[in-house]
Design a protein around this ligand. Structure first.
Ligand code: PY5
Length: 322
């Protein structure tokens, strides 16, 4: 991620200036990774900003908190309003990334956190593509295995879990690859360091199941739904490492990564080394979905500035009284 900035951060119920969104060095979350977070995108279209699947992301945040027993002192509605308010305050009108974070806020050295307060911060920054856009990414299979249910619950989006992703990602970058693909504890394909993975075989989309230690991605869910509605077959099943090598197409899905074609794995070219037709179709559909342009799924997006309602109201005022 880059060093994007904005004027304000939503910090424990208030908008504070960017520089003022600070915590103490002995904060429990800073020392032990005890924070649940989300990554959400907002997209500009026709002067409006649309937040994609905001409620789904915040519900996952609630579940992450539940798994770890973090108190989340704000309701879903309050968090939705906070995200909207924050984009407005920062006057954002470009591709934006929203990062809500619920953290154990006690200051001290003990590991137990019962009775300690939790804090909530939401940052929103301009954010374009996650991977440098040269048509896709070259990936390696990492020797670091994805965290498994035996030690950490992979379906919770917890700051501390990302130490695993950081090891795999840095190993990949240091070896000249754009991304790492992690295997699960059994040796099947799990996911990228911050993305789910799909492969295409005989025109079918295949993606690893929850039991392969994945984070249940909202982009993954969106892609499954969009593909099925297009009449494509989607299978959730274990994927072996060599199936990756011989797949016709492969791509990553994630809020930050959106849909990113995988051009090679371990230096083995996927398909003809260019984004395949199904991948391109999914990119096109996803591009429409995030601005509310898929019929029947307009409710996936939350308008920030509510321009439509405003213009309706203005229109009503302008109507002459008969
Ligand atoms: N798997 C992992 C480990 C992730 O971190 C993410 C999201 C996904 C899958 C995809 O989930 P979703 O489709 O719901 O976004 N990663 C974050 C993101 O905002 C952080 C990336 C730096 O995309």
């Amino acid at each position: 991620m880059g060093n994007q900035k904005a004027d304000y951060v939503w910090f424990n119920g208030k908008l504070v200036r960017w520089e003022e969104a600070k915590v103490h060095v002995l904060t429990h979350a800073f020392n032990y990774g005890t924070a649940a977070f989300e990554g959400i995108r907002a997209y500009p279209y026709n002067g409006e900003m649309y937040i994609f699947r905001l409620k789904d992301h915040l519900e996952r945040l609630q579940n992450s908190c539940k798994i770890y027993g973090f108190n989340l002192n704000y309701t879903l509605e309050q968090l939705i309003d906070a995200c909207i308010e924050l984009i407005k305050a920062n006057k954002l009108h470009e591709r934006t990334y929203i990062r809500p974070l619920v953290y154990v806020a006690g200051v001290g050295v003990g590991i137990g956190f019962s009775g300690q307060p939790t804090g909530v911060a939401i940052a929103a920054v301009p954010f374009d593509t996650y991977f440098s856009s040269d048509g896709g990414v070259h990936a390696m299979v990492s020797s670091w295995r994805r965290i498994s249910e035996e030690s950490l619950p992979p379906s919770a989006k917890i700051a501390g879990h990302y130490a695993n992703s950081v090891l795999a990602k840095m190993h990949a970058l240091e070896n000249g690859y754009g991304e790492a693909i992690m295997l699960d504890s059994k040796g099947n394909v799990s996911e990228g360091t911050g993305e789910n993975i799909f492969i295409v075989k005989e025109k079918r989309l295949i993606t690893p199941p929850l039991s392969s230690g994945i984070l249940e991605g909202i982009t993954r869910k969106t892609v499954i739904q969009l593909a099925q509605e297009e009449g494509m077959e989607v299978v959730e099943r274990e994927v072996t490492r060599v199936e990756l090598y011989t797949s016709e197409e492969a791509f990553f899905t994630g809020t930050a990564a959106e849909i990113t074609p995988i051009l090679s794995v371990d230096k083995k070219q996927i398909g003809n080394g260019k984004p395949g037709s199904i991948t391109r179709k999914m990119i096109e559909l996803y591009g429409k979905a995030v601005i509310g342009k898929i019929e029947g799924h307009e409710d996936w997006v939350t308008p920030v500035y509510k321009l439509e309602e405003k213009s309706k109201k203005m229109g009503a005022k302008a109507t002459p009284i008969s």
